[in-house]
Design a protein around this ligand. Structure first.
Ligand code: FMN
Length: 461
């Protein structure tokens, strides 16, 4: 059976290059797995081989915790990630139904959640959380598909609370089903191919199916098998799938929960989810994403948001070159838009397009093509040296935001735009960098690279 849409080849390549560390010692799902993932936040992927409590499944985490890792998972370079996802948004590929898949090697209908090694992550959270579940559902109105992540807090062997931001499409579909007197059928894929995980974080229109972008990212339609207990298809090559239904008519209180900014929130009740089946590969690996302000959570959100914003901004500012979503903004709230030869007014247009496209976005900095938007020092250099604050700082009070925004007040926050692009006439001396000739710089760099041991080459710019 084809392995190409599973996470296994990626795990094998991480192990081969020495960036996957096996943890053979027994680890406790209560805080210990989380402590390991947090300690290795920017480091190797971890594969926990023995889980306290008797689950036969292994646990993997910190898989997609940098741009480099995400690029490797897609087989491209970090600089190509945003353009590649942007292209996938423009060329969707419908999934294909296949008769069978490794995700259904084992089918469990009694207490489906009990067999999973679900971690408890943080001290003030009351429950164990499934954090790497890509939830697939259909719009009760149009029948169109949707894929997105949302957390499940486990209550018992069949029941969990799902916490979905009210503006997310899955929340909308759940409410639409409830209005029709029904629960919303879902399948939840854990350990899906990274292309599916990235697509699930895209901000598309209601009814634009993220799985079709995943197919385009994979270069082949996502292979899907009929679920066993709900009327939906499930990714055939995922490690694990849960089948069930979300009932928006049945609130379940959550209490404190971590958010991407690294602090706790208390959103009140989420929706009750009842699971009817667990299916998994014979030797399945359970994926755990360390939530809160941890790098896998940050970057998995950041790159698809960057690509979604690039698409939205390109519609009105066609000379946008790149969009970065910063680590300081937890891959959500703070973005940098790089514009090629911006014309007067284009930086502000890009800001408004970004604010409109993703309500989480709170700060937008516009930079020229000579500034790497992914380099925070370079971007700050532009803010310090290319702005007249009285002219180039935009403050947008009372703007709508998400409930997750740390400074929100009644659903509103002040948003800011920093136009850090160079303006004609600001400096009679021009904006050229003071540097030796390019030929001499390249020659010097080559000499140094050849002279330095490999581990010291990080000294070079
Ligand atoms: C690891 C991870 C966990 C996430 N958890 C949640 C969550 O618990 N609730 C939520 O509303 N969004 C969560 N998100 C964000 C949504 O998946 C994301 O915003 C998605 O684009 C929303 O889907 P939609 O555009 O179909 O509404 C998470 C994202 C990641 C990367």
């Amino acid at each position: 059976m084809s392995d190409e849409q599973s996470i296994r080849p990626f795990l094998a390549s991480l192990e081969k290059e020495g960036t996957l560390l096996r943890v053979p010692k027994e680890v406790d799902p209560v805080f210990e797995i989380s402590a390991f993932l947090s300690a290795a936040d920017a480091g190797p992927a971890l594969l926990f081989e023995k889980i306290k409590g008797g689950s036969a499944l292994r646990v993997a985490g910190n898989l997609l915790n940098s741009r480099t890792r995400i690029a490797a998972a897609l087989g491209i370079t970090p600089a190509d990630i945003v353009p590649r996802i942007h292209e996938a948004i423009r060329s969707p590929m419908k999934p294909v139904q296949v008769a069978s898949g490794r995700v259904q090697d084992v089918v469990v209908t009694e207490n489906p959640l009990a067999a999973l090694p679900v971690p408890r992550f943080f001290e003030r959270e009351a429950r164990h959380y499934i954090t790497a579940g890509v939830i697939l559902a259909r719009d009760p109105h149009s029948g169109r598909g949707n894929a997105s992540f949302a957390r499940f807090a486990v209550h018992d062997g069949r029941t969990a609370m799902v916490g979905i931001a009210p503006n997310h499409h899955l929340a909308l579909f759940s409410r639409r089903a409830a209005d029709a007197g029904e629960a919303l059928q879902v399948v939840v894929a854990i350990g899906a191919h990274p292309a599916i995980q990235l697509a699930a974080c895209l901000y598309l229109g209601v009814g634009d199916d993220e799985l079709e972008c995943a197919g385009s990212l994979l270069g082949a339609p996502v292979r899907m098998v009929p679920a066993r207990t709900v009327n939906l298809l499930a990714p055939a090559d995922a490690e694990i799938v849960l089948e069930g239904e979300i009932d928006a008519r049945q609130p379940l209180e959550e209490g404190f929960v971590s958010e991407y900014h690294g602090m706790y929130e208390n959103y009140g009740p989420g929706f009750r989810t009842t699971f009817s089946a667990l299916t998994h590969a014979r030797d399945a690996i359970y994926q755990a994403i360390e939530p809160g302000y941890h790098r896998e959570h940050v970057y998995l959100g950041a790159l698809p948001i960057a690509a979604s914003l690039r698409s939205a901004i390109a519609a009105v500012v066609p000379n946008v070159r790149d969009v970065a979503v910063t680590e300081a903004g937890a891959g959500r709230t703070d973005i940098v838009v790089q514009i090629e030869a911006p014309r007067a007014g284009q930086a502000r247009r890009a800001m408004f397009a970004a604010f409109a496209a993703v309500s989480l976005v709170k700060r937008v900095t516009a930079v020229d093509a000579d500034i790497d938007p992914w380099d925070p020092v370079a971007v700050d250099w532009a803010r310090v040296n290319r702005m007249k604050l009285e002219r180039d700082l935009l403050l947008l009070p009372h703007a709508g935001t998400d409930r997750s925004e740390p400074m929100e007040d009644g659903g509103l926050v002040t948003k800011a735009g920093f136009d850090a692009t160079a303006k004609p006439g600001d400096r009679v001396e021009g904006i050229d960098r003071a540097l030796p000739t390019q030929a001499q710089r390249e020659a010097a760099r080559t000499w140094l690279i050849n002279s330095l041991p490999a581990e010291k080459r990080g000294w070079l710019k």
